[in-house]
Design a protein around this ligand. Structure first.
Ligand code: UT7
Length: 326
């Protein structure tokens, strides 16, 4: 029997039209462009318009990914949406996306792993496809994170943005070195109080706002991301030199630079979009990947290293040889 691998064959993204610069924020929050740039690397973010929802962003990103792959909605067997900002508590955003796309035959559900949601969703989709749950999956990271921001809290409200990115995963019977080479997930609920939302249906029936002890999260970020990347490299029997692109979660330029240093990668092997998108939580990795595919940096056969950490804490890494064998 031939070995089955799961390929990542296409990516699409969508950003809402409304761009909000640091100076725009400084007009209503006690902050400055200088502080935000220096501490985070962010210069602007996109925010959804009134009436525009996470499912709308997700469906637009998914439509682009399907187009890039030359597929129709009926070719998709599984839709996973990683999001912390679903349209409703239920039903899942994924079922809405399934309906908007017309992918009526697909299994559809959401994953909640905040900023690590995309890595979690890729891991789950990989296992489901290899377990026989279909041939093709849409894995989408989509967020309207602006809906969770407390405009009285300058330590968090300047950090986040909205957007969506989607990838196509596809089972392949050919024995090649393409596709998902490894993925590693972790969680430690002991750290829930350093990054969380202070609302929810079963706690106070409120949507709530994001709360973060930034310095603490920062301290965990580099340590845990470096360790999980080592695990992913070992699982794939690879070295940092085998990586063509680090496509990290885009929370803070200093965390991204720290990972580049730990992995001893040259500057031009790291995809950075935090300046343009800010932290879009589960959407940030596929948005960054789409940017680098669209501008021609990431090519068929390039090895991608992806990592993320988020509230929980949850964190993970995945190594993928992008595209499909000739
Ligand atoms: O995606 C999930 C994972 N999240 C992350 O990875 C985020 C990790 N954490 C971070 O990125 C950083 O900790 C932050 C960007 C959130 C904060 O940077 P920092 O260098 O840790 O700053 P700080 O919180 O220690 O604040 C330094 C100073 C404080 O003033 P004092 O006490 O030194 O006088 C803050 O009050 O900066 C002040 N400050 C601000 N000033 C202007 C905090 N927020 C702002 C602001 N504008 N928006």
């Amino acid at each position: 029997m031939s070995k089955q691998t799961v390929l990542m064959t296409a990516v699409g993204s969508y950003l809402p039209a409304n761009v909000v610069t640091n100076d725009d924020l400084s007009a209503c929050v006690d902050t400055s462009d200088e502080w935000i740039r220096r501490r985070t690397g962010i210069t602007q973010r996109h925010f959804v318009a009134d009436g525009e929802t996470t499912a709308d962003l997700a469906s637009k990103a998914a439509t682009k990914a399907l187009y890039q792959a030359g597929l129709g909605a009926s070719d998709i067997d599984l839709i996973i949406v990683a999001t912390t900002t679903p349209d409703n508590t239920f039903p899942s955003t994924a079922t809405k996306v399934q309906h908007q796309l017309g992918a009526s035959g697909a299994i559809a559900f959401d994953i909640q792993a905040v900023c690590a949601g995309f890595i979690y969703a890729v891991d789950v989709a990989d296992a489901m496809l290899r377990g026989g749950r279909g041939r093709r999956a849409l894995v989408i990271g989509a967020e309207s994170f602006s809906k969770l921001l407390d405009w009285q809290d300058r330590t968090t409200c300047v950090l986040f943005g909205d957007g969506a990115g989607a990838v196509i995963l596809e089972i392949d019977e050919k024995d090649s070195d393409f596709g998902i080479r490894s993925s590693v997930l972790h969680a430690d609920g002991a750290y829930r109080d350093i990054l969380y939302v202070d609302g929810g249906p079963s706690s106070n029936q409120d949507v709530g706002y994001v709360r973060m002890e930034g310095k603490e999260v920062f301290r965990h970020a580099i340590e845990k991301l470096a360790a999980v990347m080592d695990e992913a490299l070992t699982a794939a029997d690879m070295q940092p030199q085998d990586i063509d692109w680090l496509v990290p979660h885009q929370a803070n330029i200093r965390i991204i630079d720290g990972m580049q240093k730990k992995m001893q990668l040259p500057n031009d092997k790291v995809v950075r979009t935090v300046d343009q998108h800010a932290n879009t939580s589960a959407a940030s990795i596929p948005l960054a990947l789409a940017t680098a595919v669209d501008d021609g940096r990431v090519k068929n056969g390039d090895v991608l290293a992806m990592e993320a950490i988020g509230g929980g804490l949850v964190w993970g890494a995945a190594l993928v040889k992008y595209g499909r064998p000739a």
